[in-house]
Design a protein around this ligand. Structure first.
Ligand code: ADP
Length: 585
């Protein structure tokens, strides 16, 4: 996080503090408190002085960089200024916000405060910089994920005045919480590994992966521009990729995904945001795009809100919608495909509520493929959040059910695997792997914090033997040992006889072994706004809506029925750049 952003974040705290019922016996002193965050515990140290909350110091946290950690700092600052622990959660970072409040209250309880006191505290809100009510620029980008930031960079680099509005306190969206992988044919990593790939094969895999329901023109643009976009990321944006890692996601014919440093989207977002600020883009956080402003048949601005205040953004050249998908909007999921209702959690951030789709629809934009919603097979059975440790699947881990039996090709399509998991007893599965698989990508080390959080919740167990692994989760030892023995024997001939598993085939022979309980969770919404190859939004008569562009998950038609792993980041960056280049033309 740069200083400029921090300053913006902490400016103008708006506090409303009222009376509260203080318990009689409060003991001054320093106390420690802990509570659960998204990725692990949040620990704080609290100072009570003259019977009041005087100071809060963050001791440790492992929340999502650029989102949860920012929210924690803002809330602590507000608690210190107000002396109240009743700080409202920050949208998009609810679990982290609640976690830091609870940790503080747990420490305060040691000083003698009680629940009656906490419920009597008046709510305190965190506010950002006071905004004007009107702004004028050449371009407004709505949404600060991968698509919005790359669009903003391209537009600003032509000299245009660009404003980006982001409804949460920080840039990132789902791009931030992704694994930071993008498919690119023809990289130096592929060449070094002797892998012969082509734009055509990437195109074919993507079309096939989406049951040939994608818009072929858009898929071709994505495939043709992937390598140039990867080079742009490396050379211009200074994104670092893992030199020795090339991943094969399910549904791809061969390994073609570059993985950014740390196997997380924060490397992408941190560098893209820095490049956007460097290019002169002005970013307004906690500013939500609400409605497009039309003048006759063209888009001339956006109505937005910031802390309840209405702000109008006027534009000369156009608006780019980059607000992401709608996987976190239960009503929209039910509206477009009621198979994915409340029985599914979501891997998406709380901000993925389909706002751009709703705004576009109101100006007569055409929507496509809205019923195609993707579930991701290996997520947390309690929170629904995606597991990156479970990427061991791509390195050779297998899935078994509660009966200890395999049931599917683990490298198949996400929808096929997810549906198969839902059909097993209890609608969950276990991912199982040993040392041979772990050594490929070292998932428990690369994602050490996530690994520990899963172990602590007893959703992942490190076992000495397959027998130990089975016993731990009450699986039949006999069945499980037979399954793993049969699998090892089968792949010794280079083929998985039972399910014809794609990708890497690794034996599960040597300990330590790992067993992880997983469920499918809604992940990506393939449907959205219809665009042409220039990222211009089309209306219901297939005409261009003047000055309106869209890029990223808000767009439909690129992934057909089913998005392949690693194709989201390629798509959002390729079309984000195209939107940014064309809006200024
Ligand atoms: P993409 O992958 O298409 O870039 P992301 O989910 O990564 O999508 O990013 C979308 C971003 O848009 C998120 O940061 C989200 O908070 C933001 N956003 C969503 N709706 C709005 C809105 N109405 N106004 C401003 N920002 C929004």
């Amino acid at each position: 996080m740069n200083m400029k952003k921090l300053c913006v974040l902490f400016l103008s705290m708006m506090l409303v503090v009222g009376c509260s019922t203080k318990p009689k016996a409060i003991v001054d002193g320093t106390y420690e408190g802990e509570a659960k965050g998204n990725n692990g515990p949040i620990q704080v140290q609290v100072e009570i002085k003259d019977g009041k909350l005087n100071d809060v110091i963050l001791v440790s946290q492992s929340e999502t960089k650029g989102l949860g950690d920012v929210a924690i700092l803002k809330i602590i600052e507000t608690m210190k200024t107000s002396g109240s622990s009743a700080v409202d959660s920050i949208s998009g970072a609810t679990v982290s916000s609640q976690g830091v409040v609870e940790a503080t209250r747990n420490a305060m309880k040691l000083a003698g405060y009680d629940d009656a006191y906490f419920s009597s505290e008046e709510k305190v809100s965190v506010s950002t910089v006071a905004m004007e009510s009107e702004y004028t620029s050449d371009v407004v980008v709505i949404g600060g994920g991968g698509a919005g930031l790359s669009a903003a960079i391209e537009a600003a680099q032509t000299g245009a005045k660009v404003i980006l509005i982001e409804k949460t306190p920080a840039s990132g969206g789902n791009t931030l919480v992704s694994g930071g992988g993008l498919n690119v044919p023809g990289t130096k990593q592929q060449i070094a590994n002797g892998i012969e790939d082509s734009v055509e094969l990437f195109y074919e895999d993507t079309m096939k992966g989406g049951d040939n329901e994608s818009n072929p023109e858009l898929v071709r643009v994505m495939a043709e521009n992937a390598l140039d976009t990867a080079n742009w990321l490396i050379d211009d944006i200074k994104v670092e990729f893992m030199e020795d890692r090339l991943q094969q996601f399910g549904g791809h014919s061969l390994p073609r995904a570059l993985i950014s440093k740390g196997n997380k989207g924060d490397e992408l977002i941190a560098k893209l945001e820095a490049a956007a600020l460097e290019a002169g883009v002005t970013i307004y956080y906690e500013t939500k795009g609400e409605e497009l402003i039309m003048d006759n048949d063209q888009v001339v601005g956006v109505k937005a809100t910031n802390q309840g205040k209405e702000i109008t953004f006027h534009t000369d050249k156009g608006v780019i919608l980059a607000t992401g998908g709608f996987a976190s909007n239960l009503d929209m999921r039910l509206k477009y495909n009621d198979d994915y209702g409340a029985n599914y959690m979501s891997t998406a951030t709380a901000a993925s509520t389909g706002d751009g789709i709703v705004m576009a629809e109101k100006v007569n934009a055409h929507l496509v493929d809205m019923d195609y919603i993707q579930v991701y097979p290996t997520c947390n059975p309690v929170t629904g959040i995606i597991s990156y440790v479970a990427n061991s699947r791509f390195d050779g881990a297998v899935l078994v059910n509660q009966e200890g039996k395999r049931f599917i090709d683990e490298m198949g399509r996400r929808d096929v695997i997810s549906n198969a998991i839902v059909d097993q007893s209890g609608s969950y599965a276990y991912l199982v792997w040993g040392k041979e698989v772990e050594e490929v990508g070292k998932m428990t080390e690369v994602h050490a914090l996530e690994y520990q959080a899963w172990v602590d919740s007893d959703l992942l167990y490190k076992a000495e033997s397959i027998e130990d692994a089975a016993k731990h989760y009450g699986i039949s030892v006999e069945e499980m040992m037979k399954t793993i023995d049969d699998y090892n024997a089968s792949i010794a001939d280079g083929k998985d006889e039972e399910f014809n598993r794609g990708g890497a085939l690794k034996t599960i022979n040597e300990g330590p072994f790992y067993i992880q309980k997983v469920v499918p969770s809604t992940h990506h919404t393939m449907g959205g706004i219809d665009i042409n190859t220039q990222a211009q939004v089309l209306d219901n008569n297939s005409n261009v809506i003047k000055n309106l562009y869209a890029a990223g998950e808000v767009v439909g038609g690129i992934h057909g029925t089913n998005r392949l792993g690693g194709n989201a980041i390629t798509d959002i960056l390729v079309f984000g750049r195209i939107a940014g280049q064309n809006v200024v033309k």
